[in-house]
Write a protein that binds this ligand. Structure first.
Ligand code: KIV
Ligand code: ZN
Length: 543
């Protein structure tokens, strides 16, 4: 079935806040999730999978608030994930209830290996649970999506049987996951064609696809699926997600946009049709990518398609010459089409608060008065240090300022001394959760190491530094540096991100943000993972 309201459009189901957030260290709090959800709505995604409500009270609240604030009648459908158990479905049903359009996405594994080792259930049991749980989900909403997890490695005849049962029980979307990223494009296309041809009631449901990028094939697999009847694509911003990530939204959307004359006929349109194939507002892509990268602390590699720093940079002389004569010699799409407007110089040190607020609004940031005041002070400070303040500087600064990381420990002061004949030494003053100001000093292999050691002496929660990266926002010696830090504690990873023209300050702030998240999780307990958790135990707890 195609999308009934727009039969020749492909639905974009964004799972950045669910599968994307399952990336190690990408954990987001409720305010950060809301911020991303609002931006996804501006981007024009059709469905936001806002989380897994049963995982923890925090996950439940995030889905509920997104449903309330972003799930307006004109806004996207808000979806909650649920394993095929009553308690999960009930939590998802309650969390999505405030949305004008809410969806429950329930799933159970159908491959022999998952059924035998993870579920410890036979085919009959899985079939019965599918029917029962889709029926139960329908008591909360008409819009029910069903996924046979690990469909890519499931026996096709059994898969057809499960899908037929799910649709008969009321599933309006059937999603086909390549959970382990194993299939090749031809195999994935054949799988979708097989489903279209062998599931007798498939005309009553939209075929969706979901896939991981373990072999780097997720986007190619989805495009092949579109050719064979898939009409909903489950993807994430910047391709973040479990292990090697999910199919990247920006790559899929721009492939369908730039090559629409190739894909149009598969949707029954004339090849030359200019009508868009998705509802995505492509000039919001870059801004969305930056926001997700900042809030999750997952950097975008420079050579990443569409949103990488080099994606539109023409370094080689030959290319520059060609591009100057005619852009089309080396460019297949305009930077403007994803919202990149060539690092325009917009504001300077004499710009006032109104100009700053207006520019921020144009860049998609609407700040409250307090946030605006803080961001404006930082902008003035930056404009004093840096001759040229670009849009990207402003976005980095505002994303940093409005990050809603918990602030149990606050950095009051950091000072370092270093040099080729000096022992790098840092003095750090922190305000603790109990309001005390504590100062400590440490020596390190360099100034950042010394600052981290001094912070660690005050915070003293055991952890291991697993990532430290610095990136400059723009070119030039006076550029803002963006730092991401990840720390590991037991089997969990926590990230922190900060931006400053002084990279020692940014590094110390980023490290402290990661430690604050770690501290927060120790206070709040651990969330359940929807796929790795013991589903057998959850299933037996069914009422
Ligand atoms: O990868 C997967 O199979 C999933 C399901 C929950 C759809 O994320
Ligand atoms: Zn997945």
């Amino acid at each position: 079935m195609s999308n009934p309201s727009q039969p020749d459009r492909i639905l974009i189901f964004d799972t950045t806040l669910r599968d994307g957030e399952q990336s190690p260290g990408a954990t987001l709090n409720v305010d950060e999730k809301l911020k991303i959800a609002r931006q996804l709505a501006r981007l024009g995604v059709d469905i936001i999978e806002a989380g897994f409500p049963f995982a923890s009270p925090g996950d439940f609240t995030a889905v509920q608030q997104i449903a309330e604030q972003v799930g307006t009648p004109e806004g996207p459908t808000i979806c909650g994930l649920a394993r095929a158990t009553r308690q999960d479905i009930e939590a998802a049903g309650r969390a999505i209830a405030p949305a004008a359009n809410g969806r429950i996405h329930t799933f159970i594994a159908t491959s022999d290996i998952h059924m035998q080792y993870k579920l410890r259930k036979n085919r009959e049991a899985v079939l019965a649970i599918t029917e029962e749980m889709v029926t139960y989900a329908k008591t909360f909403t008409d819009d029910v999506e069903f996924s046979p997890e690990d469909a890519g490695r499931s026996e096709p005849e059994f898969l057809y049987q499960v899908l037929t049962a799910a649709i008969a029980a009321g599933a309006t979307t059937v999603n086909i996951p390549d959970t382990v990223g194993y299939l090749t494009p031809t195999e994935f296309g054949d799988l979708i064609r097989g489903i279209s041809e062998n599931v007798p009631n498939i005309d009553q449901a939209i075929i969706s696809v979901h896939g991981h990028n373990d072999l780097g094939l997720a986007v190619a697999n989805f495009l092949e699926a579109v050719k064979n009847g898939a009409r909903q694509l489950e993807c994430t911003i910047n391709g973040i997600g479990e292990r090697a990530g999910n199919a990247a939204l920006e790559e899929l959307v721009m492939a369908l946009h730039v090559r629409r004359s190739f894909y149009n006929p598969f949707l029954g349109r004339p090849a030359e049709s200019e009508a868009p194939l998705t509802n995505i507002n492509t000039p919001e892509i870059y801004q969305t990518s930056r926001l997700v990268s900042t809030l999750t602390g997952m950097f975008v590699q420079p050579n990443k398609a569409i949103v990488g720093a080099n994606a539109f940079a023409h370094e080689s002389g030959i290319h520059q010459d060609g591009v100057l004569k005619n852009k089309l010699t080396y460019e297949i799409m305009d930077a403007e089409s994803i919202g990149l407007n060539n690092n325009q110089i917009v504001l300077g040190k004499h710009s006032g608060r109104n100009a700053f607020r207006t520019r921020l609004k144009e860049l998609g940031h609407e700040l409250g008065d307090q946030e605006l005041n803080r961001a404006f002070l930082r902008f003035k400070d930056l404009a004093d240090k840096k001759k040229v303040v670009t849009d990207w500087d402003i976005v980095a600064l505002v994303n940093d300022e409005t990050q809603q990381a918990p602030e149990h420990y606050h950095l009051e002061h950091v000072q370092v001394s270093c040099g080729d004949h000096a022992r790098p030494t840092a003095t750090v003053t922190l305000r603790t959760p109990h309001g005390e100001e504590l100062t400590d000093v440490a020596i390190g292999t360099g100034p950042v190491d010394a600052a981290f050691k001094a912070v660690h002496r005050v915070v003293s929660i055991p952890n291991e530094l697993s990532e430290f990266s610095v990136q400059s926002v723009t070119a030039g010696i006076d550029a803002i540096g963006e730092v991401t830090v990840r720390v590991r504690h037991k089997d969990s990873v926590f990230s922190g991100h900060a931006a400053n023209t002084d990279i020692v300050v940014a590094s110390t702030q980023a490290y402290l943000k990661a430690l604050n998240r770690l501290y927060d999780s120790i206070q709040g307990g651990k969330a359940i993972h929807p796929q790795n958790d013991d589903i057998a135990a959850a299933a037996t707890a069914r009422i």
